[in-house]
Design a protein around this ligand. Structure first.
Ligand code: UTP
Length: 463
């Protein structure tokens, strides 16, 4: 029977975490082995340090460190810069990275969020809509685009199985690359003790989308991308089906500026909208979470515009060399703290379902990499063209608002192509409309393909 390695036991004791061994004597070899592996993967010194810093989060900048950030507009990018982006795509220098490791608790869907059906007419899933765009990108520029999908233990198996079942949506098995992000344990808010999910099993959860960088580097994927001649990585999140994957205007400007990290921005709709905003933090590009933005700055306005009004839709372009530099020597992003309700097993083996926040969770955020970039770009785009996330089951940022926004965007493209589209009193398209990215990747392609059709009378899917 395997026993706990002495060095590990010593460490567990030194950190007063012996409660995790509750029931040890009765465990079979497999259970013992699993718990040992879980404990060995955790840096107990780091957990203790994080817990003691819980009231002094290092990631929150004070008002005196913040100044407004200069931004550009996607609509103002000139033709020669767009051509630069297209050239890069035609040279096969772009890979895309979809982060899909989150647990999607707010949506309350029983599968990975990417499997959520969202097409207003087609009912296609988020994963299908994203892969359709990558397919269209490959077809247009004639070069493979490696499609990286980051999962977590919570989403990995089902996601991989789904892609396999759908035959990788025609992208080719070799071009779809899955990798898993890491996890972090959670601790009891009052004591700093590791929480048990069950007797002999530590509670862990994905380590945040910032875990992308560590996972990319640790898995050897960054080096692999470089070997394949990939210079730019387009990062996006699974819940936004409006994302313009590989937008040549964005890529062109990123290349022209030799930016290390570039970000899309969306104008905030109102001062307290729950969106992180771009700002210069000590003179470097960064994002401040909505909950951390000082009240007076959230409301500050000039010429009818919010001074800190460029919200982040979490769409970035990273220079591959930059990612290598910032992950060298196993460097990690800082952890943010979240106070959550986490069911757990007590020291006496009792299952507890807390009614108030009892746990401290640790997550890294991708945007903490932005201040490390020596050259950056923040490019603002119209929300209706690029951003409508599915976060909640109803209300704001829900399937209903996303259906509306997908139909509206299809409506605008159709109107540009000379088609009359029915609209309701609020100005929204009044029928479900959808354009498959495989049919038309942008408004210009739709115009070229639409033929003589001039009216829409019923829900329509262009495919
Ligand atoms: P969110 O912060 O919206 O989290 O993730 P979520 O897990 O999807 O949803 P909630 O908060 O539980 O309701 C934004 C994006 O970051 C990814 C998600 O999959 C989503 O694409 N993400 C988040 C990860 O890949 N890993 C994480 O650890 C957290």
């Amino acid at each position: 029977m395997n026993d706990i390695p002495p060095a590990l036991l010593k460490k567990v004791r030194a950190h007063r975490q012996e409660h995790v061994l509750l029931g040890w004597e009765k465990f079979d070899a497999r259970r013992r082995g699993d718990l040992i592996r879980q404990l060995e993967a955790i840096d107990l010194d780091e957990i203790a340090r994080l817990y003691s810093d819980r009231d002094h989060p290092s990631g929150v900048p004070t008002a005196d460190r913040l100044t407004p950030i200069p931004t550009e507009k996607t609509s103002e990018v000139d033709a020669s810069t767009i051509a630069l982006g297209r050239e890069s795509l035609a040279k096969g220098e772009l890979a895309v990275l979809l982060v899909a490791g989150g647990q999607g608790t707010r949506l309350g869907f029983d599968h990975p969020k990417g499997m959520f059906p969202i097409g207003p007419v087609s009912n296609k899933t988020l994963f299908e809509i994203h892969t359709d765009k990558v397919f269209a990108l490959v077809r247009r520029y004639g070069k493979p685009v490696p499609f990286l999908v980051m999962t977590s233990p919570a989403t990995h198996d089902e996601t991989e199985e789904y892609f396999r079942e759908k035959q990788y949506f025609g992208l080719g098995r070799e071009n779809v690359i899955f990798f898993q992000q890491g996890t972090m344990p959670a601790v009891d808010l009052a004591t700093g003790q590791l929480l048990l999910e069950a007797v002999g099993v530590l509670f862990t959860s994905p380590n945040g989308h910032g875990g992308t960088l560590t996972a990319l580097s640790d898995s050897g994927l960054l080096a692999e991308l470089e070997k394949r001649g990939i210079r730019h990585l387009f990062y996006f999140q699974v819940d936004n089906p409006l994302v313009k994957i590989g937008d040549p205007a964005f890529l062109g400007r990123h290349i022209a500026l030799q930016a290390e990290a570039s970000s899309k921005a969306i104008a905030k709709a109102f001062p307290k909208e729950k969106m992180g905003v771009f700002a210069l933090i000590d003179g470097r590009c960064g994002i401040v979470e909505y909950s951390d933005l000082p009240e007076e700055l959230a409301h500050a306005s000039r010429d009818g515009r919010l001074v800190y009004g460029s919200g982040s839709p979490a769409i970035h372009l990273f220079d591959v060399g930059f990612l290598k530099r910032i992950t060298e020597g196993k460097k990690k992003l800082p952890f943010h703290f979240a106070r959550k309700k986490v069911p757990y097993v007590s020291d006496t083996g009792e299952a507890i379902d807390p009614t108030t926040e009892n746990a401290l969770k640790f997550e890294m955020f991708i945007f903490d990499s932005l201040p490390m970039a020596d050259r950056y770009l923040v490019m603002e785009s119209p929300r209706e063209e690029e951003f409508s996330p599915v976060k909640n089951a109803s209300g704001v940022d829900s399937p209903a608002t996303c259906h509306r926004d997908l139909s509206n965007l299809a409506g605008v493209w159709l109107e540009k192509a000379g088609v009359k589209v029915p609209r309701n009193q609020e100005g929204h398209v009044s029928l479900p409309l959808e354009i498959s990215p495989r049919f038309a990747f942008d408004a210009a392609e739709l115009t070229a393909k639409i033929g003589t059709r001039r009216t829409i009378e019923s829900a329509t899917y262009f495919e």
